[in-house]
Every structure is written in C-alpha cells, then in structure tokens.
Design a binder for this molecule. Structure first.
Ligand code: CUA
Length: 395
C-alpha cells in the first residue's frame, strides 16, 4: 500500500461507517422517522435550516473552487487592488439576514405549536424516580377512576395526550424520539409535553438526563391503541387482583410470600390481609423517593425492573413490536402469552435485583433505600418459584 493510500484509508473507512450507520432503517428511536404529529413538526423544522444551510454551503464551495481556479497564479500581473463592491457586501448581509429571519419565524411558530395545551383530550401524569417512570391517569372523560401503572405508557392513537411531567428525586428527562422531543422531569415542577402517535403501535424511549447509577437503564415503552382497545385497556386496569383461591397452590404460596415481603413497597390493588383488610404498600417507610411500581396488572405490561428488562423473551417482544397496527391492540391486550414470560431474568431479578441493575439498595440512616434489595438472601428458591407463579396471575 502506498503512503498516500494508507493516509486516507482510515478516515475513509471511519466516515463511511458513520454515514452508513445513518442509513439504518427500522431504528426504534430514530428522530428522522417521526410517527406522530409533534415529532413530525420538529422533523419538518430541522429540515428547513438543513436544506438552506446545505444550499448555501454548496454555493460557497463552488464559488471558492471557481475563484481559486480562475485567479490561480499563472505569472500574470497583480490585479487592481480595490476595496470591494458595496452592492455585494450589502447584498450578502441582506440575503443572510433574510434567510436567518425566515428560519427564526418558522422556529418560533413551531415552538408555539409545541406549547399548545388546549387541544389535548387526555392527561397523564408522568413521574420520574431513580430509576423508573410512573404513569398515573387522573379521572377524566373515558377514565372514571384513576389508574396507576409503570414501565410503559399506554395512550389512545391519533389524538393529543398531554403529559404532566415531574420527578420525585433528581432531574430526569422523558423522551420518546419517534413521537416528540425531550422534556425534563424536575422535582417540584410540572412540565407539559404533547404526545401523539399516528397509529396503534409500540414505541421506545429512554431517560436523557443523567440521573445517577442506573440512568442508562431508565427506559420506557409507549403503547398506542385505537379507541376501542384503549377503552378495553382502561377497563382491565380498573379490575382488582383476585385473591388466589387455593392457598396451597404455587400461586397461593407465592401470594403469601408477596404479602410478607413485597407489599412493603409494591401495591397490588385488591390484595387483603388475613382479616380481609386492604394491604397498602408502605413505600414511604422503605424508600427514599417514597414509591415503588404498582404491580396490580404486572402481566399486562411489556417490561419489569423499571423497564430495564423485557417481561417477555426476545422473540415475543419482537413479534409484538412488528405486529401491524390493525391487529396490534388485540395482541397487546392478550398480555404475556404462554411461553413468552422472561422467566430466567425475572427470577434473577427477584433473587438479586442489585446485580441486575445498579442501584443503592443499602438503607440509609432512616432505614430507606433507593432500589430493590436482593431477596435471594431472604427467600428460598422454591419461594421465588412460587412468587413468579403468583406474579403470572396479575393480568
Ligand atoms: Cu432518569 Cu436519567
């Protein structure tokens, strides 16, 4: 290989790799493939300066090459040294000014569109916490009693949903790239973010503000459903968990384990103690931020461990993601299908959660931690098996 070839080989390969990486289709978090009104407006907006700046860049490059070629030193006498042409100077400034003004006007118009709050039919409260997201649906048209869920946000397709975003501890940032830009979740503040998906489907996102040890694991799934499927989902979320009739079955024994250990932090609506009184999780007493995911409809979800892990195995997850919009809702509402549960990782999580996701499970002076402790030290393997059987019943 000649020296010249060697000098150019590495930069050429590196540039080609970067350029080709941009060609990846089917990228789940690609901002250049918007699938909702808000993301599309942002995409339209970035294209205007991109094309304008691109055109200006090409014109400047061509003129530069032309001047360098035309006035190359060929031994000709030095040309007349003038100050320049006023018309060209003023014209260039005016032309740039008009371009910038145009970009400014469309940008401000876009900002106003994104700030609109009066055309969204639904509201969902989104709360960030180290390291998961809680989604709570206040009572409103179509939802007569509030719903609390986590791991995945479910919205009706084809309409604007207003997210009211906040945090219980540090600053997080909510981002579903195909549906809208980012919005910070700041303790003590509520930030509004419009969310709209064109059609039923599966979207993913992740926390985009560094928020501590498991920032990189703070993901989210978003599910959009058509109106009828969304109404079905709401109905399912309103159902309370039924007590396991056979207390000697694996699920029954698992329920007992849940009542003795897990309910300290995790709420299951409908769960009762032996006297028939509702069991209320006391996450406040055990966790710094004061909340843990409500697990009432655990098996209706797509993730666990704060959306760090898929609740189903890879094949079933891919299968759901690739389901076309018209049959997506039915598939999603069927929940975790037989043979789909990610049993291995779920058990690993129950056994030793801190090993599966960096957290601060050690309790502070007030006896509060920031994550799930390792239950392998407290529970036997059989109890963990039973617990999984109980969790399977939480549809
Ligand atoms: Cu939450 Cu980063």
């Amino acid at each position: 290989m000649t020296n010249r070839l060697r000098r150019w080989a590495l930069p050429a390969v590196a540039s080609a790799t970067v350029l080709l990486a941009g060609c990846a289709r089917n990228a789940p978090q690609d901002i250049f493939q918007p699938e909702g009104d808000n993301a599309r407006k942002i995409d339209d907006l970035q294209r205007i300066p991109f094309y304008l700046a691109g055109a200006v860049g090409v014109i400047v490059l061509v003129l530069t090459i032309f001047v360098v070629w035309k006035f190359k030193d060929r031994g000709q006498p030095i040309p007349h040294q003038g100050h320049g042409k006023a018309i060209v100077e003023i014209g260039s400034i005016a032309f740039s000014g008009i371009l910038l003004l145009f970009c400014g006007v469309v940008s401000v118009k876009g900002i106003w569109q994104q700030a609109k709050t009066n055309d969204c039919k639904m509201t969902v409260n989104v709360t960030g916490q180290q390291w998961w997201w809680e989604y709570s649906y206040p009572a409103q048209a179509g939802i007569d009693t509030p719903i609390v869920t986590s791991g995945q946000l479910v919205i009706p397709a084809g309409q604007c949903v207003m997210l009211r975003i906040t945090s219980r501890d540090v600053i997080h940032s909510f981002w579903i790239p195909k549906l809208n830009g980012k919005k910070d979740a700041v303790p003590g503040r509520v930030h509004l973010l419009r969310m709209e998906a064109d059609h039923p489907g599966f979207y993913t996102g992740q926390c985009t503000e560094f928020c501590g040890l498991s920032h990189a694991n703070m993901k989210m799934d978003l599910i959009s459903l058509n109106d009828a499927d969304f109404a079905t989902w709401v109905g399912m979320q309103h159902a309370k968990a039924a007590a396991i009739a056979d207390t000697e079955s694996a699920a029954g024994r698992g329920e007992t384990v849940f009542k003795s250990q897990c309910v300290r932090c995790h709420q299951i609506n409908g769960l009762e103690d032996n006297d028939g009184n509702p069991l209320i999780a006391k996450a406040d007493d055990n966790l710094v931020a004061g909340a843990a995911p409500n697990l009432t409809h655990f098996m209706s979800r797509t993730t666990f461990a704060g959306a760090t892990y898929s609740l189903t195995n890879e094949t079933c997850r891919e299968d759901l993601i690739n389901t076309p919009p018209d049959t997506f809702g039915a598939k999603y509402l069927a929940g975790v299908a037989e043979g789909c549960l990610n049993v291995i990782e779920l058990k690993e999580w129950l056994r030793n959660a801190p090993a599966k996701k960096p957290m601060y499970p050690e309790v502070n002076d007030d006896g509060k931690g920031r994550g799930m402790p390792a239950f392998g030290e407290v529970l036997s393997e059989k109890q963990i098996d039973d617990l999984v059987e109980y969790l399977r019943t939480l549809k």
